[in-house]
Design a protein around this ligand. Structure first.
Ligand code: ATP
Ligand code: MG
Ligand code: FE
Length: 344
C-alpha cells in the first residue's frame, strides 16, 4: 500500500512517499522538501504571504521529484495524507487544496492530519513502532510541548506546553541579539560548542516549586540574554559563552521536565522531535539523564525532525493500518488544530 504525504504548514513544502507493509511496517521511499527559509531570513521570521506563494510555486515540482526518487507514478498511490493544521492559514490551504485535487482525480482516500502528530510519527520511520505509552517532547519553531502518546494514530494527550515562546523561537530571537543569522538554532549550536556553558547563569523558566510542573517558559530567558548583552556591550560580547550559557539553560529545562514527566507517569520511552531536536547539547543531556532514569531515548535524524512530508505520509500509513475513517473531500484547514485531534 503506497501512501503519499503532503506538508505545507509553515515554510517547508514537503512531499513524502511511504510503503505500508501487510505487517504494519512503514518503509520510506521518498522525502523531498523545498524550503522558503532564505526568503524569510531578512525578516527574522516566517512571513505568511511569502510562504504561501512559495508553496504554490514549489508544490508540483516537489511532487515530481518525490515520484522520481521513489520510481513510482501517481497511479501507484493508494491513499493521501495532508497536514490540515496547526499552521499558517494560507500555507495550509495550498497543501490541502493540492491533496484534494490529487485524491479526487486519482479516486483514493484522503486523510487530513495533525502536523504535531506527524512530528511524533516521524520517529517511526527511523526506529519502528512506538511503545504504548510513549512520552514525546516536541520542540520546534512554533511549538514546545510534552505529549503522552498512547497511540500515534488514535490517542495523544498534551500534558504540558510553553506559556509564551517556543524553544526554537527563543533560539531565533537570541541569535538576532547576538548578530547571528536566521534561523538561529544551527549558528548558536556551533558557537556554543566553543563557549563555556557555565559562564553566565541564565534563568531556568518555570522551575520553581509552585510552577506548573510540565509547562515551559522561554520569554524570560530571551529577555535575560538581551539585557545581559545590552549591559556588557561596551566590553565586547563573548558570543560563544553567551550562546553556550543560553543553550545550557534551554537543554536543562527541556530535559529535566521531560524526564520528570516520564518518571511521574511511569513512561519508559522518550521521543524528541521538531527542529530543536537537532540540537547537539539537547541530545547529549537528554541521553545522560534518560540513561540515569532508565528511560529509552529515541531521536530521529535531523532531516526527519524538521518539517517534511515523510512524517505526514508515515502518520497516514498508521491511520490506514488502524482502519481509521478517511476525511471528507471538503475537509477544512484549521490553523489552531489541537494535538488531540490526530485526523479530521
Ligand atoms: P512548527 O513545527 O512548530 O510549525 P517550524 O516549522 O518553524 O514550526 P521546525 O522546522 O521543526 O519548526 O524547526 C525550526 C526551528 O528549529 C527553528 O526555530 C530553528 O532555529 C530550530 N533549530 C534548528 N536546528 C537547531 C539546532 N541545531 N539547535 C537548536 N535549534 C535548532
Ligand atoms: Mg520551518
Ligand atoms: Fe513543524
Amino acid at each position: 500500500t503506497i501512501i503519499l504525504g503532503i506538508e505545507s504548514s509553515c515554510d517547508e513544502t514537503g512531499v513524502g512517499i511511504v510503503r505500508l507493509g501487510s505487517d504494519g511496517s512503514v518503509e520510506l521511499l521518498a522525502d523531498e522538501v523545498a524550503s522558503s527559509v532564505e526568503q524569510h531570513a531578512r525578516f527574522g521570521g516566517v512571513v505568511p504571504e511569502v510562504a504561501s506563494r512559495a508553496h504554490l510555486e514549489a508544490m508540483v515540482p516537489t511532487m515530481r521529484r518525490a515520484f522520481d526518487v521513489a520510481g513510482l507514478r501517481l497511479s501507484d498511490v493508494d491513499a493521501i495524507a495532508v497536514t490540515c493544521g496547526p499552521g499558517l492559514a494560507g500555507a495550509l490551504l495550498v497543501g490541502v487544496s493540492a491533496a484534494k485535487a490529487y485524491a479526487l482525480s486519482l479516486g483514493v482516500p484522503l486523510y487530513g492530519v495533525n502536523h504535531l502528530a506527524g512530528h511524533v510519527a516521524a520517529d517511526t520511520l527511523e526506529h519502528g513502532a512506538l511503545p504504548a505509552p510513549t512520552l514525546a517532547l516536541l520542540v520546534s519553531g512554533g511549538h514546545s510541548q510534552l505529549l503522552r502518546v498512547d497511540d500515534v494514530a488514535g490517542q495523544i494527550t498534551e500534558i504540558g506546553s510553553t506559556i509564551d515562546d517556543a524553544a526554537g523561537e527563543a533560539y531565533d530571537k537570541v541569535a538576532r541579539v547576538l548578530g547571528l543569522p536566521y534561523p538561529g538554532g544551527p549558528p548558536i549550536d556551533q558557537a556554543a560548542r566553543r563557549g563555556n556553558p557555565k559562564a553566565i547563569a541564565f534563568p531556568r523558566g518555570l522551575t520553581g516549586p509552585r510552577d506548573a510542573k510540565y509547562d515551559f517558559s522561554f520569554s524570560g530567558l530571551k529577555t535575560a540574554v538581551a539585557r545581559w548583552v545590552e549591559a556588557n556591550e561596551t566590553e565586547g560580547i563573548p558570543v560563544d559563552d553567551v550562546a553556550a550559557s543560553f543553550q545550557e539553560a534551554v537543554a536543562d529545562v527541556l530535559t529535566a521536565k521531560a524526564v520528570r514527566a516520564a518518571t511521574d507517569l511511569g513512561i519508559t520511552t522518550l521521543v524528541i522531535s521538531g527542529g530543536v531536536a537537532a540540537n547537539s547539547r539537547l541530545k547529549e543531556l537528554a541521553a545522560d539523564r534518560c540513561t540515569a532514569a532508565g528511560i529509552t531515548l529515541r531521536v530521529p535524524r535531523p532531516r526527519l525532525c524538521t518539517d517534511n512530508g515523510a512524517m505526514i505520509a508515515a502518520l497516514g500509513a498508521h491511520l490506514v493500518a488502524a482502519g481509521v475513517k478517511p476525511s471528507s473531500l471538503d475537509l477544512p484547514t484549521n490553523p489552531a488544530l489541537p494535538v488531540s485531534t490526530i485526523s479530521v
